[in-house]
Ligand binder design. Sequence first.
Ligand code: DX5
Ligand code: ZN
Length: 217
Amino acid sequence: MKLIAPSVLSADFSKIQSEIQMITEAGADMLHLDVMDGHFVPNITFGPKMVESIRRHTKLNLDVHLMISEPEKYIEQFAKAGADWISVHFEACIHLNRVVNQIKDYGVKAGVVINPATSVSVLQEIIGVADYILLMSVNPGFGGQKFISSSPEKAVKLAEMIKNKNADTFIEMDGGIDVENIKLISDSGVNVFVAGNSIFGSKDPKETISKMKKLIS
Ligand code: DX5
Ligand code: ZN
């Protein structure tokens, strides 16, 4: 399975309905929604109300990436707002197993995210419990940052760990992905590709998505 998930962080929020429609028609497989609280990361974006609004304008799955402290307090609100996938940071959860199960209890796919400086080895016990692992390939907080080149090696290691556990966990990567590096990232075992700036910032997002799809097929 290979999916392109444009990150709405790079969209124009003042015309969110037409942006969602445009990116849906451009061939997005899923929409990635970045929730930031100004505490876990040095930036603030939006909350469940925005997810609910976006839900009304697309049938695509909504992949909600929670870059917030104490995410367990907000899972219910995001699930009820229409999230199909919800991911929480390893670095933000004291009781990670509990939070992952809390997400799954709402019938939502549960993901665990690790920052660039966190080793994949911390994921050993959560593989097979979480539905997907999101590897950050930039430090979370902002769109348009440079891809950290050691990220594909982490995906290779993680894919090996997943295989050894006979699990069917997906691997997602987020940050600095573009048409230049997506093939290498795909070859490292990544299934879901989040891209903000390289899609929304391109002259022709439809053409960019179809180029990306060719490169990973
Ligand atoms: C960064 C966010 C990303 C961001 C990716 O903290 O988690 O999802 O939108 O944007 P680009 O593709 O521009 O690096
Ligand atoms: Zn993200």
